[in-house]
Design a protein. Structure first.
Lengths: 152, 152
DNA sequence: ATTACATGTAACATAAATAGTTACAAATAA
DNA sequence: TTATTTGTAACTATTTATGTTACATGTAAT
């Protein structure tokens, strides 16, 4: 099991939009950077749009950030791309036997534990913004300056 | 996406073994409490055994705890049942375009962020033991005392 | 208006993982 | 030797992620 790569791709897209603010970032262009199909990008951008993180319009080329880079946390992206349902990072086994001591109480016992682990994860994601990611990308690039040809 | 219910079932099994220490807990018996197939239980018990959390022997009926309840954390169980590979709670998108500024740096930028979120989750799981779960189960049962018939 | 082009979506194709099931070999105790 | 249980292989069904083709719809520019 792994949390869908949609999350990673979402971060990629937003970072790209942040760095290429001048350019027209079409789904085809972004797809080349991510190295996938444009339709995959459009679907994810659709989710980011619904979460009001980007602006896109049918018929008009290019997506744009709807917020400052520093106002978008990883948690925003994580929630936007729907990799995990509200309370469901951890799967539960349904219908344990109610005529068993453990069976009838396990769900209630486990729930708060799972919730708090999930919250710990989400808080960690909330502490990082896309701006942080972009800054890190630019810093890495500096450190290998000279060899940076750019196709996109 | 959800983390496999194997994790929840693993917790269920260990709690049951803790509560029914006197009894002989066969896979069939446990399966009734969890409400699933005995083979599913055996597979999970096999994982718990490999992680040295339980003792079982082929031919000998019943599984037993290999440690004190208070020495088994949820993280131990989580790792035992292999719901998540070592560094892979978050899926990455493979092969982003190396001729793009973002493409060639995104992985490195994201990795530590994902790792620390995963660590936050795991630390939360590490703070809880099966003993805590069992205590909670027994406490819940008390609060509805009187109606507690037991089939298992 | 027509054209060119991009977005938005439906529909489908794999592929991988989960969960369950049947069947049976191997181990053990009585 | 017999009955019972664990351990596993093999198979099925279901779900989800990801990618792909195809096309309708929206927009701007000619």
């Amino acid at each position: 099991m792994s949390i869908s790569s949609r999350f990673a791709v979402g971060i990629h897209i937003l970072s790209l939009l942040g760095i290429n603010q001048e350019d027209v970032n079409t789904s085809e262009y972004i797809a080349k950077s991510v190295n996938t199909n444009p339709v995959v990008i459009r679907k994810i951008i659709g989710m980011l749009k619904k979460a009001q993180l980007v602006n896109v319009r049918p018929g008009v080329a290019g997506a744009e950030l709807a917020k400052d880079l520093s106002d978008i946390t990883l948690l925003d992206v994580y929630k936007a791309v729907n990799v995990v349902q509200e309370k469901d990072l951890f799967g539960r086994h349904e219908s344990p036997n109610p005529s068993c001591l453990v069976g009838r109480n396990i769900q209630t016992a486990i729930e708060p534990l799972f919730s708090s682990a999930q919250r710990a994860l989400e808080k960690s994601l909330e502490n990082v913004t896309i701006q942080d990611v972009v800054s890190d990308i630019l810093k890495q690039e500096e450190s290998v300056a000279g060899q940076n040809q750019r196709e996109c």
